[in-house]
Design a binder for this molecule. Structure first.
Ligand code: SF4
Length: 475
């Protein structure tokens, strides 16, 4: 095991493009084959835009009933409220200052938990629970307690689940940190994006370093020591130097993990993002420079790059999962969570079952109305075919490992490698530019082109080829 870990670490450090940039910079022409292209982030395959309305609550009830008696599942809970709007936001959220609106929503979540229990015919055992949003910590301590009470009534928490919460540091206080800890929180992800005051003012997210430092202290005081910090590059006014400063500032907060997201500018889907265009969205080559600048800081501080945009220290559970080929990708990003079933509660939440995906009503009022009528709020979804399952496995391995043994994967699905002849033909072109290496039936990203992974994964996607303008730029 030790040797396997060491070789993973060596390979991971080799895959740090910042480290290699000075000696093995990629030819600009090769980068142009992927940089700035649009492709899904592959938090699911098939991607969510291909879920359809011909899939409903009845399908979800059947999938819940089919979960195993001893199966451990994961739970995602979406809290779609924020105190103010960040102009870069791409989430399903709405601004509210009305406690009664949050209260009504918590009642709906509790009722939905009861409906899931009834459809499954058992209290499902929880392995991991993730609260996302929106701003989950917009809830008051009393509301957090009420929600946990309901969740424990309808789900089995006896397995000591990993319990992660996305935290807006600006909205955290000592009482809320204590309530989350009472609920069993084990990990927090704190949204930062950028510490530069000019960038913060422009994107309407004013969050000084001291505010985040205080939030980290409040969480640690409650025993929550696993802290992720989320950064973003590609916003107007950002530069590689400024990103370097933000990354260095993050190191002073001693996170256990980091995520470095590229800004998804999709004003057609999120019209408020248009307000950022006057200040100038950075060009695709600037994006790459920012990504490399932040990576260089993380690597210098002992963090290992995992997948497309995560970083952890050797010994962290995500690092260990990645080192042994067990890292997974789901709607929350990269995870060590091995559960095959993920049940999503709340407006817009997506559930993943063995045989498909289901998404709840995005509109909060319609979600609450459906639940109020005693019905699951499923709005759309998709049954996976055998071909979907095979391609989902290939794409997940590529997104997690930046390589995939396609020959072995098709073999495990009893499908001949020749059925991917077209995909390999396309990959051969990328190989001539040094973007991927093909060895036998394996495909592997090369270090300077690590961020091409979404474009490489898209070669195996039969849904998105004609729909690329649905997605954000790659960098
Ligand atoms: S806090 Fe998060 S979810 Fe809320 S508006 Fe800002 S980016 Fe969006």
């Amino acid at each position: 095991m030790q040797n396997a870990l060491e070789s993973f670490l060596t390979l991971s450090l080799k895959m740090n493009p910042a480290a290699e940039a000075s000696t093995a910079a990629a030819p600009a022409k090769a980068e142009d084959l992927w940089l700035g292209r649009r492709a899904p982030r592959y938090t699911s395959y098939p991607p969510a835009p291909f879920f359809h309305a011909g899939f409903g609550a009845e399908d979800v009830r059947a999938m819940l009933a089919a979960t195993g008696e001893d199966e451990k599942i994961s739970l995602y809970i979406h809290v779609p409220f924020c105190e103010r709007l960040c102009l870069y936001c791409g989430c399903h959220m709405t601004v509210t200052h009305r406690a009664e609106r949050v209260e009504r929503y918590i009642k709906a979540l509790a009722a939905e938990a009861a409906l899931v229990e009834r459809a499954a015919g058992k209290r499902l055992k929880i392995a991991c629970l993730h609260f996302g949003g929106g701003t989950p910590n917009i809830m008051e301590p009393r509301q957090i307690d009420t929600l946990f009470e309901a969740l424990r009534r309808h789900f089995d928490f006896s397995q000591n689940p990993v319990l992660a919460v996305e935290i807006d540091p600006r909205v955290l206080n000592a009482e809320k940190a204590a309530a989350w800890a009472r609920g069993g929180m084990t990990r927090a992800s704190l949204g930062i994006q950028d510490f530069n005051p000019k960038v913060q003012a422009l994107v309407h997210r004013e969050e000084p370093f001291e505010v985040v430092e205080r939030a980290c202290a409040l969480l640690r005081k409650e025993g929550v020591t696993a802290l992720n910090l989320d950064l973003m590059y590609g916003l107007p006014l950002q530069t590689p130097d400024a990103i370097t400063q933000t990354a260095e500032a993050c190191m002073k907060l001693h996170p256990t993990r980091l995520a470095l997201f590229s800004y998804a500018h999709v004003p057609r889907l999120k019209p408020h993002q248009k307000a950022l265009e006057d200040a100038g969205i950075p060009g695709k080559h600037e994006l790459l420079d920012m990504d490399r600048a932040a990576r260089a800081v993380f690597a210098a501080h002992g963090f290992v790059a995992l997948g497309m945009d995560h970083f952890a220290r050797p010994g962290d559970a995500l690092f260990l999962a990645a080192a042994s080929g067990r890292m997974r990708r789901n709607f929350q990003g990269y995870t060590e969570d091995a559960a095959e079933t993920l049940v999503g509660l709340g407006a817009s939440s997506i559930s993943k079952y063995r045989d498909g995906y289901a998404q709840n009503e995005k509109d909060i009022a319609r979600y609450e109305a459906a639940i109020g009528l005693g019905e699951l709020a499923t709005a759309r979804g998709l049954h996976m075919s055998d071909d979907d399952r095979l391609r989902a496995t290939i794409i997940e391995r590529l997104m997690c490992d930046l390589s995939a043994d396609i020959a072995a994967l098709v073999d495990s699905f009893d499908v001949p490698l020749s059925s991917f002849a077209v995909e390999f033909e396309e990959l051969k072109r990328l190989e001539t530019y040094g973007i991927v290496a093909l060895e036998g039936g394996c495909v592997r990203l090369t270090a300077p082109h690590r961020m091409a992974i979404r474009v490489v994964a898209a070669r195996f996607d039969t849904y998105s080829r004609e729909g690329a303008n649905l997605y954000s730029r790659v960098a």
